[in-house]
Design a protein. Structure first.
Lengths: 261, 374
């Protein structure tokens, strides 16, 4: 499980995170919602340890992050950045096997190959395993990146916009893949995502952020018009249709678009 | 594998072979390629030892290496040609490896000792030593390359090494101030490179004709300069650094995905980059300060091998090392044979031989991926 307490971070004088509290249980998926610049990616990077937070604590599976060295942390936490690009000419299997790096001492052991093979099978990448990653489609590539993160065998998985740049079908496929893998492994997932409806459909808990601060956090109940409007500064209608929550922006007549603040 | 397990495996028909097994086979092919490269290197070395004004068959060379042969041939092969061949191998290996790792830690395919100013620093150091050390007494009777003897080669080597390392330390210091990003390092390297080139020009401006000629000849690069002692120093630096790079191969693989990925895989990105720069410069500076500037090996060998064994550093590091050694050995053999007894500048020969090969592979690579995309 992932627990974040009072996390603050600033880029120079500009505060980017203001005392974020967060808890994601094992096997559950938490979506961070908010506008560009609300601090979603910054939060993920702080949890990943790429940015060093000014204040606050992070615990991964019960261990305080500060007490872990890099390798230990990498065994507990995997991070998939936004718009990742591989410059190297690697096969899909190579790229997935790379997730074993925190576990590998001198050489690749049979177990590392097994783990990579299993993840590849699970994500239905068998056919692609010896293709070069720079020749894959966007959807295939995103699955490879997630496969690498799963091969890391983490307790906590951080995803930054895993569905941006994907078509409708691939968005759903990627989210199904994540959902399934998380359920089976009991991983805590923290995900930044722009598509509110996709988030609502696949997440258990939500963190609504605005200007570096948490506006609301909790289960499906936090997805209501008032919260969403304060998060995005856009008028919305939240409906229940066939048992699903659907968030639709309400467009005012031209010239009267409300901007929240 | 016993029969029942074979049956077991064939019954599980989807997939007929796990991706792991296919992958192992794929890795095996790369190992085979690298082994072939190693065999080729040994073969070329033996042939090269036999070439020269006293021509010996490869068989004879092997006999001499194992303690046979007449005293005169043994003296030629072991005393004169062997240090040269070994120096070509050691320097080629070191330069290629340095280029390979530099391109990775700086995430820039153009990174090499030249783009980062290491060679220019060495050239400046050598130029200063030749100017100050009163080097360059003329010896007009000798062959072209002997025409300008450097009075104090040891001083020139030390000074060249200091120049090369000064550039690296300046780049690392700038990176420390501005953040250890590839952009800062490459730009700082380019700036340092032009600064030291300008310095060399100014030194040459104040030098005598003979000194200028000596400086120019120094920069040509000549494997024949290596004595046994020089060779020992080059190897003494190159071998431990090679082992270090091999140990860190997974870190370089992780860095290929960018800083954030490497970080999330537990790699200390800043330290890997700084140490990588320091060690690659050390290897390059050592080779260059003894042998003069040998361009292109550091760029060519890793890129050739990327096309042959791919971007996985487990294979790319040994592959580049062997390719670099082979490239420089072939070039050096070529440069001393083509219009013997005149020895062409080996740095130029590497480019003349390497550039067409490189362009060929570049075009072939593009066509291949183009076909796949279609």
């Amino acid at each position: 499980m992932l627990r974040v307490k009072g996390l603050s971070f600033s880029y120079g004088a500009r505060a980017a995170l203001r005392g974020i509290d967060l808890e994601v249980a094992g096997g559950s998926l938490c979506s961070i919602l908010g506008n560009n610049g609300a601090g979603k990616s910054t939060l993920l990077k702080c949890v990943a340890g790429i940015l060093r937070s000014d204040r606050g604590s992070i615990s991964l599976g019960g261990e305080d992050r500060d007490n872990l060295n890099r390798r230990e942390a990498a065994r507990l936490l995997a991070y998939v950045p936004q718009r990742e690009i591989y410059r190297a000419r690697l096969t899909v299997f190579d790229a997935v096997l790379m997730g074993r790096r925190p576990h590998i001492g001198w050489g690749v052991r049979a177990r590392d190959l097994e783990v990579a093979e299993r993840v590849i099978e699970e994500l239905e990448l068998d056919e692609l395993s010896l293709r070069f990653v720079d020749e894959l489609s966007g959807g295939e590539y995103q699955k490879v990146v997630i496969a690498r993160a799963l091969a890391q065998e983490p307790r906590v998985l951080l995803l930054d916009e895993p569905t941006s740049n994907l078509d409708l079908r691939n968005q759903l496929e990627v989210m199904h893949t994540v959902r399934r893998a998380v359920g089976e492994r009991g991983i805590s997932v923290l995900m930044a995502i722009h598509d509110v409806n996709l988030a609502v459909r696949f997440s258990d808990v939500f963190l609504l952020m605005h200007d570096g601060a948490a506006l609301a956090g909790g289960g499906r109940e936090v997805i209501e018009a008032g919260n969403i409007e304060r998060t995005y500064g856009v008028k919305v209608r939240v409906e229940e249709r066939n048992g699903e929550t659907i968030v639709t922006p309400v467009l005012d007549p031209p010239g009267e678009v409300t901007h929240g603040e | 594998m016993d029969a029942s397990r074979v049956r077991e495996k064939s019954r599980r028909s989807v997939p007929p072979q796990g991706s792991g097994a296919a992958y192992r086979k794929y890795g095996g092919r790369k190992v085979l390629l690298i082994a072939l490269l190693g065999v080729a290197l040994i073969a070329v070395a033996v042939v090269s030892l036999g070439l020269g004004s006293a021509r010996l068959s490869p068989l004879k060379v092997v006999e001499i290496i194992f303690g046979g042969g007449d005293a005169r041939s043994a003296q030629i092969v072991l005393g004169i040609r062997l240090p040269r061949v070994l120096a070509a191998i050691a320097a080629g290996l070191g330069l290629a490896l340095a280029g390979c790792v530099m391109q990775n830690v700086l995430q820039n395919p153009l990174a090499s000792d030249y783009t980062l100013g290491v060679s220019q620093g060495a050239a400046f150091g050598a130029a200063v030593a030749i100017l100050v050390g009163g080097a360059g007494s003329a010896n007009a009777a000798g062959a072209v390359r002997d025409a300008f003897l450097i009075a104090n080669p040891f001083l020139v080597t030390i000074s060249a090494f200091a120049g090369a390392m000064a550039v690296t330390l300046a780049v690392l210091l700038l990176a420390r101030l501005r953040g250890v990003t590839p952009e800062v390092m490459v730009l700082a390297g380019v700036a340092m490179g032009s600064l030291f080139s300008a310095g060399t020009v100014i030194v040459q401006f104040f030098a005598t004709d003979v000194q200028v000629a000596s400086i120019v000849f120094w920069t040509f690069g000549d494997i024949g300069r290596a004595s046994w002692r020089d060779l020992a120093i080059i190897a003494g630096v190159t071998v431990p650094v090679t082992v270090w790079f091999l140990l860190k191969r997974w870190d370089y693989n992780a860095l290929g995905g960018g800083d954030d990925i490497a970080h999330s895989l537990g790699v200390n990105v800043g330290r890997t980059r700084t140490i990588g720069m320091l060690l690659t410069s050390l290897v390059t500076a050592t080779a260059v300060s003894f042998l003069g500037i040998i361009a292109f090996v550091g760029l060519l060998a890793p890129h050739l091998m990327r096309r042959v064994v791919g971007g996985d550093y487990r294979y790319l590091i040994p592959g580049s090392a062997l390719a670099g050694a082979l490239l420089l050995l072939v070039s050096d053999t070529f440069s001393r044979m083509i219009i013997a007894p005149v020895v062409l500048p080996v740095g130029a020969v590497t480019s003349v031989l390497g550039a067409p090969l490189f362009v060929y592979l570049l075009i072939r690579g593009f066509i291949k991926s183009g076909r796949r995309a279609a």
